[in-house]
Design a protein around this ligand. Structure first.
Ligand SMILES: [Zn+2]
Ligand SMILES: [Zn+2]
Length: 269
């Protein structure tokens, strides 16, 4: 059954369910593997919001991993909120702890959270999208301590405009990001939070998923980005059917930062 490689617990500032609640619901849903990827967004807020006490996080994960080992595989992941000037901070964190899996996401630019309105003031939609993809490209050129890029076109969720700009405007920069990812042996995720946010396309879009496949991308993980039990493995039947349609035969899991491949046909059995 499914692997949900992007779930949050209440170790994240915006997480609503405890790790144990997330695990119990995942067992109910018959998921084969889950990977906690709580938020570390350093250099955004002046307080400890969106930071995780990693010692406590690992202690809890290790405890629950062995408690439920006969029922479900639990992986130790993290979602790092990168910014171009913070690569060495995240390099150090990545090496300090024994992560199975690291998601590299962009949640902020120039220290400003994209969730907050202030970043959008006085900028056009095209400018904002360009800044977002340029930030991702700068990060992936310099930062290598990750496994997949999180929600590659997240900016569509936050942009405060009517509808979203077509990927065609940003084709070159998105292509550069994907080529860098592929040549570094990294991957991307398909993130099913698009259904929760009622977005008109997948995250990333069909066009970007196809571009990744056409460029030779092989490593793809499936994540719900659930912050509460109700969204675990949301629409996973559908996203697996889309991946198959696009020609992907495997989805990836990770063990101590190394990919393991699972046949989509076996997952869907
Ligand atoms: Zn995220
Ligand atoms: Zn997330």
């Amino acid at each position: 059954m499914f692997l949900d490689y992007h779930i949050h617990s209440d170790f994240s500032t915006d997480g609503k369910s405890s790790m144990e609640e997330m695990i119990l619901k995942s067992i109910d849903l018959n998921l084969s593997e889950i990977c906690f990827c709580d938020h570390v967004d350093y250099g955004v807020f002046t307080d400890d919001s969106f930071m995780v006490d990693l010692d406590k996080y690992f202690e809890k994960l290790n405890l629950l991993k062995s408690k439920y080992q006969d029922k479900i595989t639990i992986k130790k992941g993290i979602e790092f909120g990168l910014q171009r000037h913070l690569t060495s901070y995240y390099q150090n964190r990545a090496k300090e702890y024994d992560f199975d899996f690291i998601i590299c996401s962009i949640h902020a630019i120039d220290g400003q959270d994209l969730y907050l309105d202030s970043y959008f003031d006085g900028k056009t939609q095209i400018e904002i999208y360009e800044n977002f993809y340029n930030e991702f490209f700068e990060v992936v050129k310099n930062y290598k301590d990750y496994n997949v890029l999180g929600h590659l076109d997240l900016i569509k969720r936050y942009s405060h405009f009517e509808g979203s700009s077509s990927d065609d405007y940003f084709y070159d920069i998105i292509e550069s990001i994907l080529k860098q990812v592929i040549s570094d042996g990294k991957g991307i995720e398909i993130n099913s939070s698009c259904f929760r946010y009622k977005l008109p396309d997948l995250t990333p879009s069909m066009k970007i998923l196809k571009m990744y496949k056409d460029l030779g991308g092989e490593i793809i993980t499936t994540g719900s980005d659930a912050h509460s039990t109700e969204y675990l493995a949301c629409k996973f039947d559908y996203i697996h059917s889309v991946l198959k349609e696009l020609g992907f035969k495997y989805v990836a899991g990770f063990n101590k930062r190394q990919p393991e491949f699972f046949k989509i046909d076996d997952i869907l059995k």
